[in-house]
Design a protein around this ligand. Sequence first.
Ligand SMILES: *[C@@H]1O[C@H](CO)[C@@H](O)[C@H](O)[C@H]1NC(C)=O
Ligand SMILES: *[C@@H]1O[C@H](CO)[C@@H](O)[C@H](O)[C@H]1NC(C)=O
Ligand SMILES: *[C@@H]1O[C@H](CO)[C@@H](O)[C@H](O)[C@H]1NC(C)=O
Ligand SMILES: *[C@@H]1O[C@H](CO)[C@@H](O)[C@H](O)[C@H]1NC(C)=O
Ligand SMILES: *[C@@H]1O[C@H](CO)[C@@H](O)[C@H](O)[C@H]1NC(C)=O
Ligand SMILES: *[C@@H]1O[C@H](CO)[C@@H](O)[C@H](O)[C@H]1NC(C)=O
Ligand SMILES: *[C@@H]1O[C@H](CO)[C@@H](O)[C@H](O)[C@H]1NC(C)=O
Ligand SMILES: *[C@@H]1O[C@H](CO)[C@@H](O)[C@H](O)[C@H]1NC(C)=O
Ligand SMILES: *[C@@H]1O[C@H](CO)[C@@H](O)[C@H](O)[C@H]1NC(C)=O
Length: 638
Amino acid sequence: MACLCRSQIPYCIVVFMLVALLFVSRTGVVGVVTSDEKASLLSFMMSVYSDPEHALQNWNSSGVHVCEWTGITCNEGRSAVMQLVLTGRSLGGTISPALSGLSSLKVLDLSKNYFEGHIPAELGALLMLQELSLAWNLLEGTIPLGFGKLRSLIYVDMGNNRLSGDIPVEFFCNGSSSLQYVDLSNNSFTGGIPLKDDCEMKDLRYLLLWSNRLTGRIPPALANSTRMEWLDLELNLLNGRLPSHIVSRMPNLQFLYLSYNQFTAEDGNTNLETFFDALSNSSALRELELGANNLSGKIPPVISRLPKSLVQINLAENLLYGSIPPQISNLINLTLLNLSSNLLNGTIPTELCQVGRLERVYLSNNLLSGEIPSALGDLPHLGLLDLSQNRLSGAIPDSFANLSQLRRLLLFGNQLSGKIPPSLGKCVNLEILDLSYNRISGEIPGEVAGLGSLKINLNLSHNDLGGNLPLELSKMDMVLAVDLSSNSLSGAIPSQLGSCIALEYLNLSGNSLEGSLPASIGLLPYLQACDVSHNHMMGRIPRTFLTSSTLQTLNFSFNNFSGNVSAKGAFSNLTVDSFLGNKGLCGSIMGMRTCKRRQYYHLVIMPILLSLVITPIFCLCGYPLAFRSRIRSPARCL
Ligand SMILES: *[C@@H]1O[C@H](CO)[C@@H](O)[C@H](O)[C@H]1NC(C)=O
Ligand SMILES: *[C@@H]1O[C@H](CO)[C@@H](O)[C@H](O)[C@H]1NC(C)=O
Ligand SMILES: *[C@@H]1O[C@H](CO)[C@@H](O)[C@H](O)[C@H]1NC(C)=O
Ligand SMILES: *[C@@H]1O[C@H](CO)[C@@H](O)[C@H](O)[C@H]1NC(C)=O
Ligand SMILES: *[C@@H]1O[C@H](CO)[C@@H](O)[C@H](O)[C@H]1NC(C)=O
Ligand SMILES: *[C@@H]1O[C@H](CO)[C@@H](O)[C@H](O)[C@H]1NC(C)=O
Ligand SMILES: *[C@@H]1O[C@H](CO)[C@@H](O)[C@H](O)[C@H]1NC(C)=O
Ligand SMILES: *[C@@H]1O[C@H](CO)[C@@H](O)[C@H](O)[C@H]1NC(C)=O
Ligand SMILES: *[C@@H]1O[C@H](CO)[C@@H](O)[C@H](O)[C@H]1NC(C)=O
């Protein structure tokens, strides 16, 4: 444009002002929002508390047209308010029934504020309303009955409030329903999901009712919602059989969440086949969550018929038994597999290792036996492997070295034996390594102790590990907890452990560690708990432990520590329970024997006593005799 030339700037400003003037006069003249609507808005404003600097400050200020007020959108002719959108404006107070005066309103969005009280039944008069969002407020009470009149509603979000009571039958279906999106999640709604048999919510694509107290079965009429994409009924009290007949009519389903309910499988809770079959044509299905229900029976081989699109499957916390079918390898896009806390037995099928995209595998808390398949090392994206609390035996495979993405390896509570493979040290992203409660022997490889990546914890407790504590442990400068308790570790505690500066918890109890306790450990700036009980340590407890400002839990019991301990600093709350079985310790700790004032006796009382006894002897025996014998033996002189 010509305006770009510098000399023409004043001209530009004139043109701009003219245009602006035209615009302003236009808003002043054309179209008048009815005074009723303006009155409704003012009445709404009166019941809102807000920061005076905030959202509604231009409401009703002179010269600002209603259609220019914050959050308001009018129609083209500026004769009616079409939208009121005040999301996330820190507004409080109640929602005024006066809003029902905005008879043309299509969008009402008051989400993410602090509105409290009830939803006014009068809103049922907003017959043009298409989108209603009251989510993320503090609203209580019920959904007003009159909402059954809102036949144009497409989108309703009342999630994350404190709403309660039964959902009115008319809410979903009063004749026809145009609803596409319904979110009532994270409230306290009770009763059933009220879909009458003749209810056809044909357009419904999202139904989110998670975290309520809904009871009963999934209504059969939901089968009419054949466009469903996202069905989330998690965390309710729903029961009955898994809804095979319903989901089989939902080819567009992408997310099906039924966890934390009381669903059972078909055929007397033995058959999951029908349900998996029913989902076989939902070729967009990405996530299937059935965890924490009452599902029993075996995981059927037809799990392979679940759509290949599946990315996550969660069957955890059920009563599933039998073995893990090798056919699971057909689900080639799985990234998350959670079968933990069931009654699964048999071995971990090596076929699982063909599911090349797996990132998180939870098989913990089952009855799985046999060895850990070494082919698990072939899963290049594996970041979490939890096989804890099973009956797995054999050694930890060397192949884990290839798991460069591995962050959490939880193998505790099995019957694993053999040595810790040094190759684990190649898992340079490992943050948690828990091999506790197994029968692992040998030394702690320096390579593993040197995993500077460990951020959270290293737990090797309750094994048969021997040898010295590797010096490489000092490289763990990010680790929060180190538990090596109940092993057979020997040698001294290296003072280099003082380099693990993030350490909050250190447990070396129940080993054969000897030597003195390094002062550097007491200097660790975040250390809260330190347990060295049941070892063979000796010497004094360094003062750094007492002067630590973070230490709370300490246990020096059953060693050979000696010296005087006073109930000061970090020790002021300790009792003798932290110092049991150290014959050489004495001091002012509650319950501890006080130190015999031996030195005091020696220095003051003994000379006085002696002089009391000896002086008369001197006098009796005579000075020269005493001088000759140099008081070596008063008895001799008698
Ligand atoms: C159901 O819709 C009809 C017609 O729109 C209406 O008259 C009636 O009040 C509605 N029922 C409820 C409970 O809202
Ligand atoms: C809607 O669902 C009900 C209950 O399953 C059924 O009786 C009815 O035939 C369905 N309507 C359509 C159009 O499928
Ligand atoms: C899936 O689709 C196939 C082919 O269209 C059909 O034969 C089969 O009955 C469908 N399965 C289900 C559970 O709807
Ligand atoms: C790691 O992977 C490479 C190539 O994929 C393979 O040759 C090697 O044997 C694997 N290492 C282990 C320890 O399994
Ligand atoms: C291992 O130690 C860590 C850190 O103290 C702890 O969080 C974890 O629960 C322990 N594991 C077991 C199986 O007790
Ligand atoms: C240290 O480990 C032992 C044995 O595992 C356990 O009994 C003790 O409670 C632990 N100490 C602390 C402070 O957690
Ligand atoms: C404890 O330490 C003393 C030396 O300080 C030593 O003589 C004694 O044998 C030790 N006792 C035990 C049980 O290790
Ligand atoms: C001792 O206990 C009291 C009360 O539980 C607490 O306030 C105080 O911080 C504790 N002192 C130390 C050194 O842990
Ligand atoms: C310290 O460890 C000993 C031996 O395990 C135990 O008896 C005692 O209760 C522990 N003390 C504290 C304070 O936990």
